[in-house]
Design a protein around this ligand. Structure first.
Ligand code: FES
Ligand code: FES
Length: 156
């Protein structure tokens, strides 16, 4: 079975083909940026994009993801290492506390900005509603999304 992850084709060994996409990403393919938290689709920590849409990778079997285009947090930066505007805004605003939820937060924020380039607070709160942060970084997340949105609009 093949997965297309961050533009690179990866083979999934037979032993892993009954696992979730999350488990395969983290434990088989060496991509631990996608986080395992609740494991039941309730927290957003494991969020990746599949064919351009945000998906809880703990709920998707790797078989369902076969031959689809998958984007993980490891694929956001440019090839030359330049961070995505969301990643840069997260750093500039010191968003993470423990950091555990933050890759999922960024992937959800990306999904928001792809459909809503100039989100207001209500747009952000609605879009980010399923991404939990036990450290309560929500205000900084909101600020960073708006900051990244400006950079992304100016680049377009
Ligand atoms: S680990 Fe998948 S939604 Fe929580
Ligand atoms: S930064 Fe700790 S859970 Fe979000």
């Amino acid at each position: 079975m093949k997965l297309n992850i961050n533009g690179v084709e990866r083979q999934v060994a037979t032993d892993w083909q009954d696992e979730t996409l999350l488990t395969v990403l983290r434990d088989h393919l060496g991509l631990p940026g996608t986080r395992f938290s609740c494991g039941i689709g309730q927290c957003g920590a494991c969020l990746v994009h599949v064919e351009g849409s945000p998906v809880s990778s703990c709920l998707m079997s790797v078989k369902q993801a076969a031959d689809k285009n998958i984007l993980t947090i490891e694929g956001l930066a440019a090839d030359d290492g330049t961070l995505h505007p969301l990643q840069q805004a997260w750093i500039d605003e010191n968003v993470p506390q423990c950091g555990y939820c933050q890759s999922g937060q960024i992937m959800q924020a990306l999904a928001l900005l792809e459909t809503t380039p100039d989100p207001d607070d209500a747009d952000i709160d609605q879009a980010m509603n399923g991404n939990l942060c036990r450290c309560g970084t929500y205000d900084r997340i909101r600020k960073s999304i708006k900051k990244a949105a400006i950079v992304m609009r100016e680049a377009n």
